[in-house]
Ligand binder design. Structure first.
Ligand SMILES: C[S@@+](CC[C@H](N)C(=O)[O-])C[C@H]1O[C@@H](n2cnc3c(N)ncnc32)[C@H](O)[C@@H]1O
Length: 258
């Protein structure tokens, strides 16, 4: 199995085509919920961790921050983000780096640290939240959109280099084994050879405990619904999402000092 970085380098264009489309879950389910949770961002500094091709970086830039930086492990994901930044005259800048050690790549503090659907690629959540906190202003916030633990518990358990069968996609919540599966942007794209991607399944308690250990607290959690219009227009997606939701979004801040 290839490393996570190699995997994302190989999938970059397919990811962009799949997720940057008007009917994507990112635009229709995730972003409407995130928007309602945002603090005032005018003149503030934003860091987007695991920014990928910049889908949320550019949406957040519309709120007039003084600075916006994206960090990602994959050079190919960032190459697409940089190309889009140039086309749209964006002031966003991008850094190659590992989210578990974010503070080693950026030596400044941010008012909002944002991250979408990246934490399940990171084995050690303690390191992720510790390093996020080091890069956060005292009054800052973190907005973390995660793959819902119900959904990540459905990812098939890794078994060497063989592809999982459809029936291996079922909930197995209390199993911490590494998961391995074909990503939807590869599965539904004829131009790509099928490949296995690896990720982790963290329990909800793993998130809460790592957040508390880092000296952070949860101020809000959202489990966004699919759009009402999907009931008629995309019935299969609507029903699937109602059964096993893909996103959980948390807003965090520092614990108050005693
Ligand atoms: C599902 S994509 C999400 C991209 C973007 N946030 C979005 O919502 O479109 C996950 C991203 O996490 C990045 N990633 C995985 N592990 C990482 C790590 N340890 N540090 C930084 N980025 C990582 C991948 O390269 C990929 O771009």
């Amino acid at each position: 199995m290839k490393t996570i970085k190699e995997d994302w380098n190989a999938m970059a264009q397919a990811y962009e085509e799949f997720n940057n489309s008007p009917d994507s879950y990112s635009y229709n389910i995730e972003w409407p919920a995130i928007k309602k949770m945002l603090p005032d961002l005018t003149g503030k500094k934003i860091l987007d961790i695991g920014c990928g091709t910049g889908i949320f970086t550019f949406l957040l830039e519309e709120y007039n921050p003084s600075k916006i930086t994206g960090l990602d492990l994959s050079e190919s994901m960032l190459a697409i983000a940089k190309q889009k930044a140039e086309q749209r005259n964006s002031k966003a800048t991008f850094i190659v780096g590992d989210a578990s050690y974010t503070d080693q790549y950026v030596n400044e503090k941010f008012d909002l640290i944002f991250s979408s659907t990246t934490s399940h690629y990171i084995e050690n959540l303690d390191k992720l939240f510790e390093s996020m906190k080091k890069c956060m202003e005292d009054n800052g916030h973190i907005i973390l959109s995660i793959i819902h633990p119900i959904y990540s518990s459905m990812y098939p358990i890794e078994h060497g280099d063989t592809f999982p069968k459809d029936e291996e996609w079922h909930i197995r919540y209390l199993d911490k084994s590494v998961r391995a599966y074909i990503q939807p942007w590869i599965e539904y794209n004829d131009r790509y050879e099928k490949r296995l991607s690896k990720s982790y399944h963290h329990f909800f308690s793993d998130y809460v405990n790592a957040i508390n250990k880092a000296g952070l607290t949860i101020c809000q959690i959202e489990e966004p619904m699919p759009p009402e219009s999907w009931k008629n227009e995309s019935k299969e997606s609507y029903e699937g999402y109602m059964e096993t939701p893909t996103f959980m979004i948390m807003k965090l801040k520092r614990c108050k000092l005693p």
